[in-house]
Design a protein around this ligand. Structure first.
Ligand code: ADP
Length: 624
């Protein structure tokens, strides 16, 4: 329902005069009306007052004038003794001048003339009369103006003339003056209302601006929403200007935000919000490409993979940074929309500056919805380590198979020889049995290594400690490698102290570690070389140094060789069978005993691996 339909006539008038709603404009309007009414009332009152005073003064003047005229006439006629004329003049003048009364009395004689001739007896004017103390005065009282004058007749005496005139102030004053005054008041009122009405909408606008400013003070700086500041455009010119100001302010803020966002976008390493931060923090490379295979966005990791600063790559063709045609073909297929599925391509990057270091990158190209000009997302992952680990595992399986097959074949061959010749030749029989035993131990070790690897991987590796007789253990070591040393014409020596300490340890695991160190020394030392095992103890720990004058290990790789499946990048290593697990397993096992294995090596000169195991470890502690 519209409000105007419910308005009474009076309501419409007041709304026309004062306006709708509350606000300062109503107060201003009401104040103006009040002032106007007050002004009109004060003006009217002042007019009444001044008019009444002027009227009264006029009456007084008229009464005085009548009195003066009668005094002159009385003095002249009394001097001549003409009482009859005096009486006529009194009567006529009093009537002409509208006097209420006119009385002449002589001092000591009494009234000789009065206005009312009907009742006044004409007396003879005495020849002479006396004088009294009477005074001339004018009195205005109870609507009556009374003027008293002294009369003096030379040589005869004095008298008193009193005239009275009725005075009645008009409650409405002069009619024309009242009409004029009312007209002026009405004119001023109408003019004031018209002026107020023309100002009213402006005042409403100013009132709304004031309210908006009040509301603004409730917000802290930076939080003030434009909606809280904007006012209705219908409130007039001021409202329009105010809203324009607010719009200008909003535009300035928006411009500033856009500029700072753009500045952040172009600052290398800078981010634009949580998504960009996450995008940048990812370890995998992410590149967003457009339909022309140009880079729209790239994160830090991808820039590192492409080996160029990020700001150089953005907006450029990806082909300038990826040389592998297989990758670019796949990218073109996706960005042009020919390929709808994700495509995975692996590429190898060779760094000539870093000694031909290989990095294997897996590129996954996914189509994107082409809403924003983006056509494909390229995910770049470095799978070098994964690939190396895979290769090492494969090599390990191959090595393990080889390691299993070789002793098994040997055992079978020695068994056949034993069956054929053993009965006839006791020497052959002994050699065969010995060889079978040796091969069986080798088989056992290999299987043990494989088991240990899987146990370490699964976290279930346990030591079985006992007192270890080092003499026997080291003797077996010498026996196991004598034949291999002889084959390669290696000078193999084992140096033992006069007395060996008693070691509490897992015999098989310590034996495995020592076999590994000596086996490596034999493997990585060329024919005619030298391998030496030196055993010592300082009362605290058993120390075994396994030295060779083989190919050595570069300084950078001396720690890496203890990593699982790691094999040196030295080209000479490639032709020697190995799995890269031996040293990792040996160090792990020795560390479980509280000891360690360290290496000192010089490339092309040889290596010394030093194994230390504490002697005084209690079996209980080791088993724990
Ligand atoms: P594998 O010998 O089966 O490769 P290991 O774990 O025993 O595995 O050794 C890891 C790597 O350490 C070897 O591949 C080799 O590069 C290096 N290495 C070990 N011992 C020696 C040694 N005595 N001389 C030179 N390099 C060695």
């Amino acid at each position: 329902m519209r409000t105007s339909q419910t308005k009474t006539r009076g309501g419409w008038v007041s709304s026309w005069l004062i306006g709708h709603g509350g606000g300062p404009q109503v107060a201003v309007g009401a104040t103006m009306l009040g002032l106007l009414a007050l002004t009109v009332c004060a003006g009217g009152a002042w007019t009444f007052y001044t008019q009444a005073r002027a009227q009264r003064e006029g009456e007084v003047r008229a009464a005085s004038s009548s009195a003066s005229t009668l005094v002159h006439a009385a003095e002249a006629l009394l001097g001549q003794g003409d009482a009859g004329s005096l009486q006529h003049i009194f009567s006529d003048s009093a009537i002409d001048a509208g006097l209420e009364s006119a009385t002449l009395s002589l001092d000591g004689v009494g009234v000789v003339a009065d206005k009312n001739i009907a009742v006044v007896t004409v007396r003879e004017v005495p020849a002479a009369w006396g004088s009294g103390p009477g005074v001339a005065q004018t009195l205005v009282q109870d609507g009556l103006i009374s003027v008293t004058r002294r009369v003096h007749v030379e040589g005869k005496g004095d008298g008193t003339l009193t005239v009275a005139r009725r005075f009645q102030a008009s409650p409405t004053g002069d009619f024309a003056a009242q009409v004029g005054l009312g007209g002026i008041a009405a004119g001023v009122g109408v003019a004031g209302l018209l002026a107020y009405r023309s100002l009213r909408s402006r005042m409403r606008g100013l009132g709304a601006i004031r309210a908006a400013l009040h509301q603004a003070s409730a917000f802290s700086s930076g939080e003030l929403p434009a909606s809280a500041m904007r006012i209705s455009d219908d409130l007039g010119e001021d409202a329009l200007l105010w809203n324009r100001l607010i719009t200008e302010r909003d535009n300035a803020v928006a411009r500033r935000d856009i500029e700072s966002a753009a500045a952040r976008q172009h600052t290398p390493g800078a981010t634009g919000g949580d998504t960009a931060t996450a995008f940048d923090a990812l370890w995998m490379g992410l590149i967003v490409l457009d339909t022309e295979a140009r880079v729209r966005a790239i994160n830090g990791a991808a820039a590192v993979f492409l080996k160029h600063p990020r700001q150089d790559i953005v907006s450029r063709d990806l082909g300038a940074y990826v040389s592998d045609p297989a990758v670019m073909d796949a990218v073109q297929g996706v960005v042009k929309g020919k390929t709808k599925q994700r495509v995975v391509v692996e590429t190898t990057v060779v760094d000539e500056a870093k000694d031909l270091e290989r990095t294997i990158l897996r590129m996954t190209i996914r189509p994107m919805r082409k809403e924003d000009g983006a056509a494909a997302l390229l995910v770049v992952e470095d799978i070098t380590q994964q690939r190396v680990a895979d290769e090492s595992r494969n090599a390990f399986v191959a090595q393990a198979t080889h390691e299993l097959r070789t002793p098994l074949t040997n055992i079978r061959l020695y068994l056949e020889q034993l069956l054929e010749e053993g009965d006839a030749d006791p020497l052959v029989k002994a050699r065969c049995i010995n060889a079978i035993s040796h091969q069986a131990r080798r088989l056992e070790r290999t299987v043990g290594d494989m088991l240990s690897v899987s146990e370490i991987e699964a976290g279930t590796f346990r030591l079985h400690t006992d007192d270890v007789r080092l003499e026997t253990l080291l003797e077996e070591l010498r026996e196991d490698f004598s034949a291999a040393a002889a084959d390669k014409e290696i000078d193999f020596t084992v140096e033992l102290p006069p007395k060996l300490p008693l070691l509490t340890a897992d015999r098989d695991k310590v034996a495995m570690a020592l076999h590994n160190l000596v086996g490596n020394a034999m493997k990585y030392t060329p024919t005619g070389g030298k391998v030496m095992v030196r055993v010592s103890d300082d009362g605290q720990a058993l120390r075994v140094d396994v030295s060779d004058n083989g190919i050595g290990i570069s300084e950078e790789e001396q720690e890496l060789v203890f990593e699982k499946f790691y094999r040196s990048k030295d080209k000479r290593i490639g032709v020697i069978t190995g799995s890269g697990i031996g040293l990792a397993l040996a160090r792990q096992v020795v560390r479980l005993h509280g000891g360690d294995i360290r290496v000192q090596s010089v490339l092309d000169k040889g290596s010394t691996f030093t194994l230390t195991v504490p002697l005084r470890q209690s079996a209980a502690k080791l088993a724990a």
